[in-house]
Write a protein that binds this ligand. Structure first.
Ligand SMILES: NC(=O)c1ccc[n+]([C@@H]2O[C@H](COP(=O)([O-])OP(=O)(O)OC[C@H]3O[C@@H](n4cnc5c(N)ncnc54)[C@H](OP(=O)(O)O)[C@@H]3O)[C@@H](O)[C@H]2O)c1
Length: 323
């Protein structure tokens, strides 16, 4: 009888310890989540300076005259990083550079290069960079279909552009700058992928496949160069309100799940050097967590149905416009 109550007491005590640890862990999780959500709004001075100190004072961002790339460049400039802006349109580049310089008192350099030209664009970057030591390379440039389509409907030129921008540019820009980063023993590469990489995505088949390439490429690259002191980040945004999603009104409205590019970049830059793989945005992290609980075949099916819906809407809308 006595021993029975002893065991009951011991078990109750053990139970209390487990509950206490569970609550402590949950509280820690909640505090971490609050810290993560608020962090981008309170950038301590030492954190501002730390990116430049850790990686170097110059960053190069591809596709930086609009959307995520422009916002990311501005966020880096806010932290005192000088920026090399690379896009295809010189006038937009000049305007963006002026805006960044006047807001954040940093230096900028512009390079007009059209990544759809493949190796020619990489040669232009190499010629024009003029020995600037690139500490942070952000491979952001990318293209999607005009709207969800079956493979044979996508214009051939668009497919080449998507492959050249999403795969070719990221690969060859890494090849161009990684050696000198390795020699300096410091540097960061951010490869911008997409939630589309998580499963095959019908009606955006090639776009999703290029992003799966980025995931594989980036993770293997980290294995090759991580021990040389380089940060190689794989960034996977879900929907962000930019002109890339102009095929759907739903994704052209800013919401909790669809941030604008500025809000997205504010969070994404805050993850640099802290997370090797990140969605870059708190609500995208939640989306990613729940998405990955579903089997891949089911996700592909849901994605395909979603794209069929968007396609119908798009075709309907453009017919209406034509009428
Ligand atoms: N938006 C999203 O929901 C979303 C979601 C997941 C992943 N992503 C990824 O995030 C990245 C940025 O997307 P975004 O939505 O910010 O795109 P965006 O708003 O369309 O901006 C693309 C940027 O790239 C430039 N660009 C386009 N074609 C180019 C070319 N041939 N050569 C050089 N520069 C070129 C554009 O310049 P112009 O102004 O001259 O066009 C613009 O500055 C992409 O890799 C995309 O796949 C986006």
């Amino acid at each position: 009888m006595l021993s029975c109550s002893y065991y009951t007491l011991a078990l109750a005590f053990l139970g209390l310890v487990v509950i206490f640890l569970f609550l402590l862990n949950s509280l820690w999780g909640v505090l971490q989540a609050i810290r993560y959500i608020l962090a981008p709004f309170f950038i301590p001075n030492e954190e501002n300076a730390s990116l430049a100190k850790r990686y170097g004072s110059w960053a190069l961002i591809t596709g930086s005259t609009d959307g995520i790339g422009k916002a990311y460049a501005s966020e880096l400039a806010k932290r005192g990083i000088n920026t090399v802006l690379v896009s295809r349109n010189r006038e937009k580049l000049e305007n963006t550079a002026r805006e960044i310089e006047s807001k954040y008192s940093v230096k900028t350099k512009i390079i007009a290069a059209d990544f759809s030209t493949g190796r020619k664009a990489i040669e232009v970057v190499k010629e024009e960079i003029g020995g600037i030591p690139i500490g942070i390379l952000v491979n952001n440039v990318g293209q999607n279909y005009e709207y969800p389509m079956y493979l044979s409907e996508v214009p051939e030129n668009d497919l080449w552009d998507i492959i050249n921008l999403n795969v070719g540019a990221a690969t060859m820009m890494c090849r161009t700058f990684i050696k000198e980063m390795e020699e300096r023993g410091k540097g960061a590469i951010v490869n911008v992928s997409s939630g589309a990489e998580l499963q095959p995505l019908p009606l955006m088949t090639v776009y999703a496949a290029t992003k799966a390439y980025i995931r594989s490429f980036t993770n293997a690259l980290r294995y090759e160069y991580g021990s040389s002191g380089l940060t190689i980040q794989h960034l996977t945004p879900f929907f962000v309100n930019t002109k890339m999603n102009k095929f759907s009104d739903k994704f052209q409205r800013t919401s909790l799940m669809v941030p604008d590019a500025e809000m997205y970049a504010r969070y994404a830059v805050a993850t640099l050097g802290k997370q090797d793989k990140s969605t870059g945005y708190w609500s995208h992290g939640i989306q990613s967590f729940f998405t990955e609980l579903i089997p891949e075949w089911a996700r592909m099916h849901v994605g395909g149905r979603m794209n069929e819906g968007i396609r119908r809407e798009y075709i309907e809308k453009h017919k209406l416009k034509a009428a």
